[in-house]
Design a protein around this ligand. Structure first.
Ligand code: ZN
Length: 708
């Protein structure tokens, strides 16, 4: 979907899904050494994420994959352990209806009457690192992380330092403990311990962990077990894996026995007689959630009878007899300690709230965007106010309430001058954003533009980070994009500066030289023309192939250049040549009058033309050729509908795009192919009416596999 047409809510949602997918892929790749998606698909997700973040910088998430410095990659990986019984994950439910449906499904599968009681266990779902502890004759012989479910890492030496994990189980009789029994549960860090650890880490200027889960994972997965020993880790059992014998008939009784053996289980584990009781327990746990010493993210239900669990078995990677019922957004209170103003590349002044660090939804939040002047007015926030933050799986942290707004203190004065250059800052009529009017004299705008130019979604020049740009800018070495390509003439000057070595300078210069023939669409996007996002830049280049051709048509569409006359206002005054050029621009999918005007404005400004000419004297982008993979669906429009087992809809769309196809949301005469999973409804009917080819998930997977 074109970035321009998206609402903030859509963007926030998509960013959430991308963060999940990319972070998961990173984790599987770096931590578990088990990549799950092909590189091309991964790249497509990362590109889309960068594109959205570039277009909506204020929606960048705390857990943005762009910020991730890789997951807890150990320098020398721990040795691998293959699980005798696969470590499963659970399907998620988010609503009461889904829980009811889960119970109904269990009943149907077991062919029980509608009124048959299905007893379930319910317990809090702790957010930690899954671990399997193998006891042989009651003695701990191996501890392994979950890994990809089949192969994990050996952490036997590490868990030796976790007091909750006994080296020997306490049996109360000769045959009480089976010969082989793998206890499964979560290694976690308590909230208070997590905050104390981060404070100590900060003191030592060492790595700060984003949340207790990361801290637990990073602490456990250490080659040097003495590091683990220094970290306050805990363990809570929630099930078992391989077992020579399971000495109890129910989940509940077995968990109670594990507890008797000396391994902690959740004190909130209960047995429920049906959906009503399950949901009641869910709400009860939700009530005490904030007061629990550890982070939880939902409630887990399991069919209590083990013979039924056996019959229910598994589907894909999850058992049919279990379900995780997730919690909605979590809220927390904290103090707004300061309001800083950031100046973006378009001059927009964005207020950022600095907070007393607080844990919300499992993540420590220290900053929160206050968006704009209106939002500050709406909340009535001032420095020192107590505010309520909300963070859910589906939104970035946000201030939802000001608890002390009635305290008689002076309102916050939104700056009327740019804090960076002192120019007047104003909101144009009808706009909520206050912008610095300094333009080219504003150092913040200029450095932000350079940052945008080298960012991943644009030229993607590695090694030219924020600090370096600020440093070179201050020296007068970097004023416009073309200067980047002239840095090689300053090689000796750079080497002479503190923090630079021959090698690091050469690496930077090599990275720059590698972008001497940059992708034309990325270059166009990198120029930061208003309303020309990455997608629009690509659409424009697809049509015009070269940048000079684009400029020629834009200039023709706006001739004579002064004064600029929007077509809608005075269509009669425009010559046939102008109308033709405008029509050509407007015929491009995703290009509307706003983009046409923005392009005209850009070339109307002599400074921009100078920057453009200067840049094109340094770089020579090759003709823009649309990259399409040799695939059965290249150039086609594909619609995905229904539920899929092996991929999410977003993943499927990313696959389609990587194959040169277009993923559309609705079926029309333009649709070439429909990929349907179970539950596809009206779209299939429409497809049949229109005579469109319909394939299933497996057939789609074949197309993906066979693409060259
Ligand atoms: Zn300024």
């Amino acid at each position: 979907m074109s970035v321009e047409g998206m609402s903030e809510a859509d963007v926030a949602n998509e960013l959430m899904r991308l963060a999940r997918a990319i972070n998961r892929a990173n984790k599987l790749y770096h931590v578990e050494d088990a990549p799950e998606i092909p590189d091309a698909e991964y790249d497509a997700l990362v590109r889309r994420n960068a594109e959205l973040e570039a277009a909506f910088p204020h929606l960048v998430r705390a857990d943005s994959p762009t910020n991730a410095v890789g997951h807890e990659v150990s320098a020398s990986p721990l040795s691998k352990v293959t699980h005798e019984v696969r470590m499963m994950s659970l399907d998620n439910a988010f609503s009461d209806e889904e829980v009811a449906e889960f119970v109904a499904r269990v009943r149907r599968f077991l062919a029980l009457p509608d009124d048959a009681e299905v007893v379930m266990t319910a317990e809090d779902k702790i957010d930690g690192l899954s671990c399997s502890l193998r006891y042989e004759n009651g003695h701990l012989v191996r501890a392994a992380t979950r890994g990809d479910g089949q192969v994990g890492e050996d952490v036997t030496a590490n868990v030796a330092h976790i007091a909750d994990i006994p080296q020997d189980l306490k049996g109360d009789g000769l045959f009480d403990i089976p010969a082989v029994f793998e206890i499964r549960g979560e290694v976690y860090m308590a909230k208070a311990d997590f905050l104390a650890l981060n404070a100590a880490q900060a003191e030592k200027d060492e790595k700060i962990f984003a949340n207790p889960r990361n801290a637990a994972a990073g602490s456990l997965r250490q080659k040097d077990a003495s590091v683990t020993a220094s970290r306050p880790l805990r363990f809570l059992a929630h099930g078992w894996g391989a077992a020579s014998e399971v000495p109890e008939p129910t989940q509940f009784a077995m968990m109670k026995r594990i507890e008797r053996w000396g391994v902690p289980v959740s004190p909130l584990l209960v047995r429920c007689g049906g959906t009503t009781e399950m949901l009641a327990h869910y709400r009860a746990i939700q009530q005490v959630r904030a007061d629990l010493p550890y982070d939880i993210d939902g409630v887990v239900y399991k069919v209590d009878r083990l013979d039924w669990q056996q019959r229910l078995g598994f589907v894909a990677k999850a058992p049919r007899w279990g379900m995780a019922h997730k919690f909605p957004a979590e809220r927390a209170e904290t103090t707004l300690e300061a309001i800083d103003i950031q100046v973006g590349r378009t001059g927009k002044l964005t207020p950022v709230g600095r907070l007393k660090p607080v844990l919300v939804g499992g993540v420590t939040v220290t900053n929160v965007t206050l968006h704009n002047r209106d939002e500050i007015g709406r909340l009535g926030v001032r420095v020192g106010d107590r505010v309520v933050l909300q963070r859910a799986g589906d939104v970035i942290p946000q201030v939802v309430e000001n608890l002390t707004r009635d305290e008689p203190r002076e309102a916050y004065h939104f700056p009327d001058h740019c804090p960076e250059c002192g120019s007047e800052a104003v909101a144009e009529e009808g706009e909520v954003d206050v912008r610095c009017t300094g333009g080219l004299i504003c150092p913040a705008q200029r450095t932000e533009r350079l940052r945008h130019f080298v960012s991943r979604a644009a030229l993607d020049i590695e090694g030219l980070g924020e600090k370096t740009i600020a440093e070179f800018f201050a020296l007068g070495w970097l004023e416009s994009p073309a200067d980047i390509y002239r840095l090689r003439q300053r090689r000796d000057d750079i080497v002479g500066r503190e923090g630079w070595k021959d090698k690091s300078v050469d690496n930077l210069l090599i990275a720059i030289e590698a972008k001497r023939r940059p992708d034309a669409a990325r270059l166009l996007f990198g120029l930061g023309i208003r309303h020309v996002g990455a997608v629009t830049a690509r659409d424009l280049m697809k049509r015009f192939v070269t940048l000079p051709k684009l400029r020629e048509v834009v200039e023709r569409a706006h001739a004579p250049f002064a004064p600029a006359q929007p077509a809608a206002e005075a269509p009669d005054a425009l010559s046939p040549e102008v109308l033709e050029a405008r029509a050509e621009l407007l015929s491009i999918d995703g290009v509307g009058p706003v983009v046409v005007e923005a392009l005209g404005d850009f070339f109307h400004e002599p400074h921009n033309v100078a920057v453009w000419d200067d840049l094109l004297s340094e770089v020579s982008p090759p003709d823009y050729v649309v990259e399409t993979k040799d695939s059965a669906v290249a150039g086609k429009t594909v619609v995905f509908t229904g539920k899929f087992e092996t991929m999410s809809r977003d993943e499927a769309k990313a696959q389609a795009e990587a194959l040169g196809a277009r993923a559309a949301g609705s079926v029309s005469a333009k649709t070439d192919l429909i990929v349907a999973g179970p539950g596809a409804g009206s779209k299939l009917k429409k497809a049949a009416e229109l005579g469109i080819e319909v394939i299933d998930e497996a057939a789609w997977a074949d197309i993906v596999r066979n693409a060259g």
